[in-house]
Design a protein around this ligand. Structure first.
Ligand code: PMP
Length: 422
């Protein structure tokens, strides 16, 4: 997909353009992955490069700032450059980061997670969410001696060959053990389990369905319980992929309110408030399996990100950041609903308010309306995303959400104009 110009922009892109030109020479395509603003359908007024971040604000390389509703795609839980987290990271950096082994921070962080996450009897650490989900699958296969992993269609669990949604460079063998089923449809899980009887190592699920481009869908509690029962019955491992949701919905684990505990959980994003760290937590029954596998990485033991994670989780526990995000998320959702009604535009707001997704249900497959909306909002000083869920952080305030709403009012005007042009 390409980006379209939806507004005549008043934003300056001199530095951004110069960097894009230089990047085009030395970086294939100028940018890759999910931060590629062109490849990932952001409007043409969006910046590709940034220079500063603080609290709930992000500055582009041309010096213009926005209230940020994407939070670095999730990692920013407490706010950019949180002083407590960054002080802990700085202090650790003065002592030790990468070394031949690691520091006491690793044990302290594991103790903190075991104390915080209800289903955790132990923890281990890596860098990215993909490391954690892949490690979960390896542990499950080692524990069961089986091959197949059941996952929901379109669910994203990382960019490894086994999971990536884009199949360039991927062989059928890479995907041979992946079985796709339907979220919230236990019959599809039962059918897959029957078809691969005796060979299902694990079921991997996100706590709610948060695929891009479509309305988010909460887990039906009966479905979550039925998946738990199925895994117990067939001896498969239940993996909860908390990479996107972790510490934003319930600090104890996102399925705690449903009374369903996974065997393994994958965390990353919010764990270090922007510092590179991920974690796998698991139950006692899987300790021996962990002992039988080899997973590691040069930077998996870095003490700075562990110190940052200790500070992040401690502050999240002490300050009830989840409640702050919930209140601000409700403010945003109510404000958007009122504006949609005032402008006479149909809008769909789905998912928990801490991870909001805003879509336009009136025939917006090509994202004309979504791009018009976020493109105009950017001009008004708010950074939104047209098809990926966004993230609240503890740094969002009543005032900054009001600023976002002033910007989305411009967005709705742009959407209404786009609808009138049809
Ligand atoms: N699982 C989920 C649910 C995710 O949202 C993501 C990242 N968006 C991943 C796994 C992969 O994490 P990472 O990009 O850090 O490897």
């Amino acid at each position: 997909m390409t980006s379209v110009t939806t507004t005549s922009s008043t934003l300056t892109r001199v530095q951004d353009r110069a960097l894009r030109d230089r990047a085009a020479t030395v970086i294939p395509g100028g940018m890759y992955g999910h931060v590629n603003v062109v490849g990932w359908s952001l409007p043409s007024n969006y910046p590709q490069f940034f220079s500063r971040s603080e609290g709930d604000r992000l500055w582009d390389v041309d010096g213009q700032s926005y209230v940020d509703m994407l939070c670095s795609w999730g990692p920013i839980l407490l706010g950019y450059a949180d002083p407590t987290v960054d002080a802990a990271a700085r202090e650790q950096a003065q002592q030790l980061d990468a070394a031949n082994g690691t520091s006491a921070r690793m044990v302290e962080l594991a103790e903190l997670l075991v104390d915080t996450v209800s289903a955790a009897d132990w923890a281990m650490f890596a860098k990215n969410g993909n490391d954690a989900t892949t490690t979960c699958c390896t542990i499950a296969r080692a524990a069961t001696g089986r091959r197949k992993i059941l996952k929901a269609k379109a669910a994203y669990h990382g960019a490894s060959p086994a999971f990536t949604p884009v199949l360039g460079g991927i062989t059928p063998e890479d995907r041979a053990n992946l079985i796709e089923v339907t979220y919230n449809d236990i019959a599809s899980f039962e059918a897959a389990a029957a078809e691969h009887d005796g060979d299902v190592a694990a079921v991997i699920l996100t706590p709610f369905q948060h695929d891009g481009h479509v309305d988010q869908e909460l887990a039906d509690p009966a479905f979550a319980r039925a998946v738990r029962e199925l895994c117990d019955r067939i001896g498969a491992v239940l993996i909860l992929d908390e990479v996107r949701t972790g510490f934003r919905l319930d600090i104890r684990g996102s399925w705690e309110p449903l009374g369903v505990r996974p065997d393994l959980s994958a965390f990353s994003k919010a764990l270090g408030n922007g510092h590179a760290i991920s974690a796998v937590t698991g139950t006692d029954a899987l300790r021996d399996a962990v002992g039988s596998i080899f997973v590691t990485g040069s930077f998996w033991y870095s003490a700075v990100s562990m110190a940052a994670a200790i500070a992040t989780i401690t502050k999240a526990r002490d300050t009830d950041v989840i409640e702050t995000m919930r209140l601000r998320g409700e403010q945003l959702r109510a404000g958007i609903a009122t504006q949609a009604a005032t402008h006479g535009v149909a809008v769909s707001q789905t998912g928990p308010v801490q991870l909001p997704l805003i879509l336009f249900p009136d025939d917006d497959e090509d994202l004309t309306l979504g791009q018009a909306f976020v493109g105009a909002a950017l001009e008004g000083g708010a950074y939104l995303h047209p098809w990926h869920n966004m993230f609240l952080s503890g740094a969002h305030t009543e005032e900054s959400i009001n600023q976002v709403l002033a910007a989305t009012d411009l967005g709705f005007t742009a959407v209404r104009r786009a609808l009138e042009r049809r």
